[in-house]
Design a protein around this ligand. Structure first.
Ligand code: KIV
Length: 299
């Protein structure tokens, strides 16, 4: 009697499985910390991929870190789509979330759905993120019903920082903390697959975690959330602008970048670059013929 043929299970241990919404929910269930980082272009996406993060957010923080605006408010949908599409080209494994910019989703459900669809169709995002509770809850519900996964973002919401009294921690009174709680529960009920908590007291975040079923990613919200997110340029020390207290630095790349470009400039000015190892050669006979040809051209 012949044994049942064994079908080999394909295994590629070098390439991790792409992140999906069920895998993300499973990570929460297992208590495995979730890692999200922002990226805005092909090289930063490749770095995030190589570092093995779970989620990449093309945050509208890119308005400041890569486009040079003084806040996230002016960035356009076209600009965000260009950043998101470049990021997509550098990623295989992490889930890619595109940030809907200010003014691109608030007016109506139809506007919110149309913008979210552009992030999926034109930039290849897996999901979108929008800010605030309130009227954003209905926009989130509409986008989810249109088949696009939505990440909510509450606490400090930079797109409406002026209305919040500036870039400051939120939920620091019982009343304001209850407001954050209401927004979190409403966004969860609207079908968001995940939430970002930004700049809220750690104790408030911890209490909310006991009541939320979806994964929560924190930034300045303490250690109780299911995961953490940092802005790429903050964590690597590339951005020279103001960094909030929660933005821990894991590198000082700006210093290295300035030193590298300054060394290059000094070598060009001093004649040390390019050296013999940086130039292409031409056969002596070909050079002679070329010189004769130049003479003939009258050059
Ligand atoms: O735009 C962004 O980078 C963000 C994160 C801080 C969550 O929204």
């Amino acid at each position: 009697m012949s044994a049942t043929p064994r079908i080999p299970i394909p295994q590629n241990l070098d390439s991790p499985l792409p992140m999906t919404l069920p895998r993300l929910a499973e990570k929460k269930r297992l208590g495995e910390p979730i890692v999200m980082v922002t990226a805005y272009d092909y090289p930063s996406a490749q770095v995030a991929e190589a570092a093995g993060v779970d989620l990449v957010l093309v945050g509208d923080s890119g308005a400041m870190t890569v486009l040079g605006y003084s806040s996230t408010v002016p960035v356009s949908t076209e600009e965000m789509l260009m950043l998101a599409a470049a990021t997509r080209r550098g990623l295989q494994t992490p889930l890619l979330v595109g940030d809907l910019p200010f003014g691109s989703y608030e007016a109506s459900d139809a506007q919110a759905i149309a913008t979210a669809q552009r992030f999926v169709k034109e930039a290849g995002c897996d999901a979108v993120k929008l800010e605030r509770g309130g009227s954003s809850v209905q926009r989130a519900r509409a986008i989810v019903e249109a088949g696009i996964p939505v990440m909510g973002h509450i606490g400090l919401t930079p797109q409406t920082a002026t209305a919040l009294g500036g870039y400051r921690a939120q939920g620091r009174t019982a009343e304001r903390a209850l407001g954050v709680a209401r927004d979190a529960l409403a966004l969860q009920a609207a079908g968001c697959f995940s939430l970002v908590f930004e700049a809220i007291p750690a104790a408030v975040a911890a209490r909310l975690m006991e009541r939320l079923e979806i994964p929560v990613i924190g930034i300045g919200a303490g250690p109780a959330t299911d995961g953490q997110v940092l802005v790429f340029h903050d964590l690597l020390g590339i951005y020279d602008g103001h960094a909030p207290r929660f933005a821990k630095r894991y590198g000082e790349l700006r210093e290295q970048m300035v030193a590298g470009v300054a060394a290059y400039a000094a070598e060009v000015r001093g004649g040390a670059f390019p050296g013999p190892e940086h130039v292409y050669s031409i056969d002596e006979d070909e050079l002679g013929t070329f010189e004769a040809g130049l003479e003939a051209l009258g050059a």
